[in-house]
Design a protein around this ligand. Sequence first.
Ligand code: A3P
Length: 314
Amino acid sequence: MDTNSQGFHEETSVLSNLPETEWKLVANTTLLGWKGFWLTHHIMKSVISIENQFNPLPSDILLVSFPKTGTTWIKALTATILRHNSNLDSDSQTDPLQTQNPHELIPFLELETFGESPSRDINQVPSPRVFNTHLPYSILPEAVKNSGCRIIYISRNPADTFVSTWHFYNKRFGTKIPLEVAFDEFCQGTVGLGPFVDHVFEYWLEREKENVLFVTYEELKDDPKKHVSRIAEFLGCSLSADEIDQVVWKCSHERLSKLDVNKDEERVHWSGMKFSSYFRRGVVGDGKNLLSPEMMERIETLANQRWEGSGLEI
Ligand code: A3P
């Protein structure tokens, strides 16, 4: 049996036997249960193709996140740090963020380089190869875990993540799914890549490995220079204090959200999402502006109970 037909065989038998649920916020999409998480059909197929075909290199860099926790930001930061380190960004005219959205600079492993219709040839990704992925740690192939490749995980507080998600998908589909319905499924964990609290927790448990860096949206907001320096150091990049300042500014929400490329309503992501949708408010604490005190208590209790004793806090 060749690799392709073997892959196909595994795919059919695996997919038809998985538990299913509906993700109401995202147009009642069917989700499949896999290794304790819920994945769409598309992502599940990508998981199989990544497992079968991805040859990770020790020099690879994986930017990992649960959606809406700062993926766009960490992509911009990583791309800019690496460019500065290669002396590619001596003046702002050469900054690719001027004309490209951060998602165009770094491919999404599941759907751009793998999956049903990959749009980017993995062989054309420049070295060091940088990818972003939303896959939970327990779903990453063993080959990735054994490769020693660097993993940067960005986490965000659960209430802000939920609120960002709610706005994002309502905008994407032109819907207004009742807040209570979407909130309940987020807390139940029956959302794409969910449960959120487990996704974060798994990477938190890996944080002390030499090749893993765990950063939070909140700490990046609170002290960007300190945490951008941490990221640069982790990437093996030696940047001066002045360069760190430049990276922080170039990748700030304030700057990126005002650039034409990210304001132009005609510019869309490969997924059909407008680039502008990736920049909403970009603040810490927006959750409580939308959620009732009871909802805030529910989500915080949920996270605290799951993470209890681990040192991970909201
Ligand atoms: P809000 O919806 O709370 O504003 P992701 O990139 O994972 O899809 O997450 C999107 C969230 O990150 C949005 O949050 C967005 O505004 C915020 N964001 C995008 N770029 C950012 C940046 N450069 N700095 C800070 N926040 C950013």
